[in-house]
Design a protein around this ligand. Structure first.
Ligand SMILES: *Cc1c(COP(=O)(O)O)cnc(C)c1O
Length: 230
């Protein structure tokens, strides 16, 4: 199956899941995760209408950035403080904010670059030791602390659920994320705009949308298995 056929299926699935949760296809953002994928194949996807691209590594964004036009880059992987400067003027959103220390560095670099950076607070909803993100009960506190920084704007929450063959295994986690999202949104804090809930990957995006995700991050489902050796 080519990228076009895969995208057709994914788009149909997104539409159906969106409808199940009282929304429309255009309410859901499909973020194509292009890590390890080379530029010509990414361009193929872009030519098919994909605009938002997600990467884990700042150096990979830097390498691909000049080669692909008319797209929006998202930093979705864990971000080290000393790498913020490489992407601050290139990405539209950082999905992986997991500490105040990192937020302060983003704020500093954003101010220098003359931008306000949108961020999502990454929550480790499963408590899995191997996962990044902060515990759910610390999300509101971090969001509040970050909201005081003038060049950073909290736009919602993100999570990476555990890998599972059966996506139903993650439904409860997605539901907990949605509840946390609604709880924080309900507080109406200044400079916290709870707009986005970024959750769901190739294996579980349908369930994630049914439970309230409005951004899904899909790599393998679009580009096929990754080859980390290239
Ligand atoms: C790699 C990655 C994805 C995409 O994973 P697939 O299973 O290939 O869809 C999504 N989010 C993050 C944070 C990732 O690192």
């Amino acid at each position: 199956m080519g990228i076009k056929e895969k995208l057709d299926i994914i788009n149909a699935n997104i539409s159906a899941a969106a409808e199940k949760s009282g929304r429309k296809r255009q309410d859901i953002l499909l973020l194509a995760v292009s890590k390890t994928v080379e530029v010509p194949r990414i361009k193929e996807a872009v030519d098919l209408g994909l605009v938002d691209l997600g990467e884990n590594k700042p150096q990979e964004i830097n390498r691909k950035y000049p080669e692909i036009e008319n797209v929006r880059w998202h930093q979705i992987g864990h971000l080290q403080t000393n790498k913020v400067k490489y992407i601050i003027d290139k990405v539209c959103m950082i999905h992986s904010l997991d500490s105040l220390h990192l937020a302060e560095e983003i704020n500093k670099r954003a101010e220098k670059a003359g931008v306000v950076m949108d961020v999502l607070i990454e929550v480790n909803i499963s408590g899995d030791q191997a996962k990044h993100g902060i515990p759910p009960d610390e999300a509101e506190g971090l969001a509040l602390a970050v909201s005081k920084l003038p060049n950073v704007r909290v736009k919602g929450l993100m999570t990476v659920a555990p890998y599972s063959e059966d996506p139903e295994d993650n439904r409860a986690y997605f539901r907990q994320m949605k509840k946390l999202f609604v709880d924080i949104a309900g507080k109406n804090y200044d400079n916290i705009d709870m707009k986005h809930l970024s959750m769901g990957m190739t294996n579980d995006y349908i369930v994630a949308i049914e439970e309230g995700a409005d951004i899904v991050r899909i790599g393998t489902g679009i580009f096929g298995e990754r080859n980390y050796n290239i």
